[in-house]
Design a binder for this molecule. Structure first.
Ligand code: SF4
Ligand code: SF4
Ligand code: SF4
Length: 174
C-alpha cells in the first residue's frame, strides 16, 4: 500500500537520528482488549507470547511481568489483526476495538511548528487525518479522530509527541 511506504520512509529517517527510549509509567497495551485485567490474569501464563511474535511491525514487547506492551520508538500499529488472531487465551478478542487505549498529545514547548518553524513530519504518516494545523503552524491532535496508532511519534524530530495509557482500570498498576 502506498501509504505504508510513506510511513516506512518517515519512520526510518527519524529512527536513524533518534534512538532514545521513552519512559512509560503505565504500559500501553495492544488493541482489541476490553478488559485490561486480563493482561495480568492470563498473559504471564501464556508461554509462547504469540502476539509479540506475529506483529510484523515488531511493536509488541513483553514486560518483566510477562504482559505485552507497545513501543513506538520506530513504528506504529497498523491494526492488522495479527495479534488478535494469535491470542488463543482471548485477552485480545474484540475485533471492533481498532484503537490503542491511550492518549497521544503534542508538547507545544517542544514542537517546532509551535515555535514558528515549518515542520509537518507528524501529519504525513497520520492516515486518520487526526493532526490539524492552524495554517502552517500550531498542530493539534483531534482526540476524536486519533486511534493512538503511534505512527506520528517516531517521526517527530524533537520528540514532542507523547503517548500515555488511558486511566488504569482494576488490573492496571500505576
Ligand atoms: S498472546 Fe494473548 S495471552 Fe499471550 S501474551 Fe499475547 S495478549 Fe497475552
Ligand atoms: S494489530 Fe498488528 S501491528 Fe498492531 S500490535 Fe497487533 S500485530 Fe502489531
Ligand atoms: S495523531 Fe493519532 S491517529 Fe494520527 S498518527 Fe498520531 S497516533 Fe496515529
Amino acid at each position: 500500500m502506498v501509504d505504508e511506504g510513506r510511513r516506512g520512509i518517515f519512520a526510518s529517517l527519524s529512527s536513524a537520528i533518534k534512538g532514545e527510549k521513552r519512559d512509560r509509567k503505565i504500559p500501553v497495551r495492544p488493541p482489541y482488549n476490553d478488559d485490561p485485567d486480563l493482561f495480568h490474569r492470563l498473559c504471564p501464563e501464556c508461554e509462547e507470547k504469540p502476539c509479540a511474535r506475529v506483529c510484523e511491525e515488531e511493536i509488541i514487547l513483553i514486560e518483566d511481568d510477562g504482559t505485552p506492551s507497545l513501543t513506538f520508538e520506530k513504528k506504529g500499529c497498523t491494526f492488522c489483526d495479527a495479534c488478535l488472531e494469535a491470542c488463543e487465551p482471548g485477552v485480545l478478542s474484540d475485533k471492533r476495538l481498532h484503537y490503542v487505549n491511550a492518549e497521544v498529545e503534542i508538547d507545544v514547548l517542544k514542537c517546532m511548528a509551535w515555535h514558528q518553524s515549518i515542520c509537518s513530519s507528524c501529519k504525513d504518516p497520520c492516515l486518520d487525518d487526526a493532526i490539524r494545523f492552524l495554517g502552517l503552524f500550531r498542530p493539534e491532535i483531534s482526540q476524536e479522530s486519533c486511534t493512538a496508532c503511534g505512527w506520528c511519534i517516531p517521526v517527530c524530530p524533537t520528540d514532542a509527541i507523547t503517548i500515555v495509557s488511558k486511566p488504569a482500570t482494576k488490573g492496571e498498576v500505576e
